[in-house]
Design a protein around this ligand. Structure first.
Ligand code: GLN
Length: 487
């Protein structure tokens, strides 16, 4: 692998600016790396070589003319395959969209192209972003770059694996219940879910619209902060987009955190952690103390209900969102059908995988008359209760810390037969989606098998500058982020 690929995205960007490498050379190096390792990894559903090289060329032209280079111009990025990029297949890793070609760009994609960020390909995911291990892709599984027998986490497993394997310096994922943070923690990189409404969802294939949020993957906190600057901002195409100016998160990364109050979430360290994760979290507490922060235990008393709440709300919303895939407007249509209803049924029966079907059935049940009040309405009320827990916690502390996941990456196949065990993987990440708050996972060490451990940090809505600051201080106190998967 070429040395430049091991560098951070910001270092790659600086190298392009200083003419140490051209954006075209860097993008070609990225494709070389993909060709070398992706057969083993399965991180990409498709490559977008022409678009990427065209974008890189534009970045080089700017450098040649001495013009100012937009932030992250020329730095290769992997786009989760549930976001539209004109001319590319956007499959959501589903058979039903196997041959669907994007007719327009997602807002995030357009922002990347405007900043001349070469998009090298579409990253594999769990079908329609439903899953925690990336084993629900209709096409192929993704393998963890640290150990190919293990899962990369999901649903943005391809995005995380591609960055951890240095196929790309950056990636975008979507996070509905942890789908950025969980794979980031399993793959030993940084993954961040912004405040709900910070990043436009226009052009993202909807899973559960009240929870979905796009966010960055990178190998360093600074890179993730820079990427969020590029993709965030108000968008009239998304009715839940917040009308707020784009911030510069990088300027406050190194602020002193002396005197800051950090809350360790009691419920997430009480039971169920593997000993290695427990040790890493204890050591993170010590790191923060040594940086001058005050760490206290705080309680989110209702967080234990978050899995139940999430799997009612997310399935209800997905049953409605996925109704549009009926063989008429998009993608796959079944052959040999006798009438319209038969066509709908066969198309959906053949086009969707088992997990997606399970979710649609659960969601349809939760929304059906007679059960609506008992399930959907109750879950909405409980979502509010959990949100209140977070608000109360944030009246005591500036940020919360917890493990991103109680365990590290598990073996491929270990949980595929037991959906409930798979759902429990999300125990620590779902709360941030329910409350709409920003949260990230930062590398926090390795377990006895050498698999990465993630520390999750959460902060109040719209305080991503603080979140990045708290994460950066932790990152810089260790050298975990400098260690790369040996692939
Ligand atoms: N693992 C969770 C699920 O299966 C979260 C998915 C996500 O955030 N997209 O629903």
């Amino acid at each position: 692998m070429q040395e430049i690929l091991k560098k951070s995205a910001m270092a790659q960007y600086e190298a392009i600016k200083n003419k140490e490498v051209s954006a075209v050379e860097l993008t070609k190096a990225s494709f070389e790396r993909i060709k070398d390792v992706d057969e083993k990894l399965g991180a990409f559903n498709s490559l977008t070589e022409d678009t990427a090289l065209e974008t890189a060329k534009k970045a080089d032209e700017k450098v040649a003319k001495g013009e100012e280079l937009p932030l992250l111009a020329g730095v290769p990025l992997a786009l989760k395959d549930n976001m539209n990029l004109i001319g590319s297949k956007t499959t959501a890793s589903s058979k039903i969209l196997e041959n669907f070609v994007s007719p327009y760009n997602a807002t995030v994609t357009q922002k990347l192209l405007d900043n001349l960020v070469p998009i090298v390909g579409k990253a594999n995911l769990d079908e329609f972003a439903m899953g925690s291990s990336n084993e629900n892709s209709a096409f192929k599984k993704v393998h963890n770059p640290w150990n190919l027998k293990k899962v990369p986490g999901g649903s943005s497993g391809g995005s995380a694996a591609s960055v951890a394997a240095c196929e790309a310096a950056l990636a975008l994922g979507s996070d509905t219940g942890g789908s950025i943070r969980l794979p980031a923690s399993f793959c030993g990189i940084v993954g961040m879910k912004p405040t709900y409404g910070k990043v436009s969802r226009y052009g993202l294939i909807a899973f559960a619209s009240s929870l979905d949020q796009i966010g960055p993957f990178a190998r360093t906190v600074e890179d993730a902060a820079a990427l969020l600057e590029v993709i965030s901002g108000y968008d009239p195409h998304d009715s839940t987009s917040l009308k707020l100016p784009v911030e510069n998160y990088r300027q406050s990364l190194n602020n002193d955190i002396k005197g800051m109050k950090i809350g360790l979430v009691k419920e997430f360290v009480q039971e169920g952690l593997t000993p290695d994760v427990e040790k890493a979290i204890k050591s993170a507490v010590e790191t923060y103390k040594s940086l001058g922060a005050e760490v206290i235990e705080v309680s989110l008393p209702n967080i234990k209900h978050s899995i139940g709440i999430y799997y009612i709300l997310a399935t209800a919303e997905c049953s409605s969102n996925l109704a549009r895939f009926d063989g008429v407007k998009y993608g796959y249509r079944a052959d040999n059908t006798s009438n319209l209803l038969d066509m709908y049924c066969k198309t959906r029966a053949e086009g969707f995988g088992p997990e997606v079907k399970r979710r649609i059935m659960l969601g349809t049940y939760a929304l059906s008359s007679g059960y609506y009040d008992a399930y959907y309405k109750k879950a909405q009320q409980m979502r509010r209760v959990v949100t209140e827990d977070f608000l109360k916690a944030f009246s005591q502390v500036d940020a919360l810390i917890a493990p991103t996941c109680p365990n590290t990456a598990f073996d491929l196949g270990a949980k595929t037969e037991d959906p409930l065990a798979m759902y429990l993987t999300d125990i620590a990440t779902i709360g941030a989606n329910l409350a709409g708050i920003p949260a990230l996972s930062v590398p926090a060490g390795f377990d006895s098998e050498g698999m990465p451990i993630g520390l999750q940090i959460m902060s109040p809505q719209l305080t991503e500058a603080r979140l990045f600051n708290v994460a950066y201080k932790f990152e810089q106190a260790h050298d975990y982020y400098k260690q790369l998967a040996n692939l």
